[in-house]
Design a protein. Structure first.
Length: 274
């Protein structure tokens, strides 16, 4: 397992930053923005879940990994909350995001309060396995290397740390629960739950952006986007499917060279590291 570094970052977010941070692809960019609206609520849920598990962990190294996982996730949701605040102010209709955020926060807090620990651990592992699988593909195709939006910088740092802590939720689940069938079943449920919320946030964000989307609706751009997305999905989908297998272990997956380059870069540019 790679050492997990706690990096405190500073991104150059601006009110006029380009929201289409995936080149030529407003649809994918706004899908990610919808997902990011969730993170100030979802990542605290993951942190609460890991802290609930901590008293049951017997392995000292896994305890340390869990604490570092929580510290990294804490930095993630703080940075995304900063970006979300600017995005929310861009259009009056984005005030409709606030009741959605309140609803999601209440639902995830209810999960923490009412659901058994094995449910919460399986949810966390299902989310982490999906995001780490797609993070590998994103590095391999250079998804965030094609624009200079600070949102692309934020995304690249975040997915790098997703790969850095990719084993923790899996190892904690295996340590405490250990059922492959329950993990697979709950992964599918949690991923559907997550993607359903992404769509709800995305729909609000997209609604006033017809002119922006129209600017990217040309034959040339559409052809480039289709070719790139096919390349991306051909790498990402098999990696996600592999996480459902009984023999899946995130410690054994191959990591792209681009991950190591990004890891060094963000360690060097962080305000502080620990």
């Amino acid at each position: 397992m790679e050492e997990m570094t706690i990096r405190r970052m500073e991104f150059a977010f601006q009110p006029d930053m380009d929201l289409v941070f995936v080149k030529d692809d407003p649809e994918m960019s706004f899908m990610f923005l919808g997902a990011w609206m969730m993170l100030p609520y979802l990542e605290p849920f993951l942190i609460r879940t890991m802290r609930d598990a901590l008293p049951l962990i017997r392995d000292p190294q896994l305890k340390e990994d869990l604490k570092r996982f929580c510290a990294q996730e804490g930095e993630h949701f703080k940075q995304h909350a900063r970006a979300n605040e600017l995005i929310r102010a861009l259009h009056p209709s984005y005030q409709a995001l606030l009741p959605l955020e309140k609803e999601l926060d209440a639902e995830l807090k209810a999960f923490t309060r009412d659901k058994p620990l094995k449910f919460k651990l399986a949810y966390a592992e299902g989310f982490e396995s999906m995001t780490s699988a797609m993070s590998r593909a994103q590095f391999e195709v250079g998804l965030y290397d094609r624009t200079d939006s600070p949102l692309a910088d934020l995304a690249k740092w975040h997915v790098m740390e997703e790969l850095e802590h990719r084993t923790v939720a899996f190892d904690v689940y295996e340590h405490i629960v250990g059922s492959w069938f329950y993990r697979m079943k709950q992964s599918l449920w949690s991923q559907k739950h997550y993607l359903g919320w992404v769509k709800r946030f995305r729909d609000v964000l997209v609604a006033p952006q017809g002119e922006l989307f129209a600017a990217y609706d040309t034959p040339e751009i559409n052809a480039r986007r289709k070719a790139f997305n096919s390349h991306y999905l051909k790498r990402g989908i098999p990696r996600v499917l592999a996480t459902y297998m009984p023999w899946y272990n995130p410690a054994k997956v191959d990591l792209p060279e681009q991950f190591q380059i990004a890891r060094a870069h963000y360690s060097q540019t962080a305000l502080t590291t620990a």
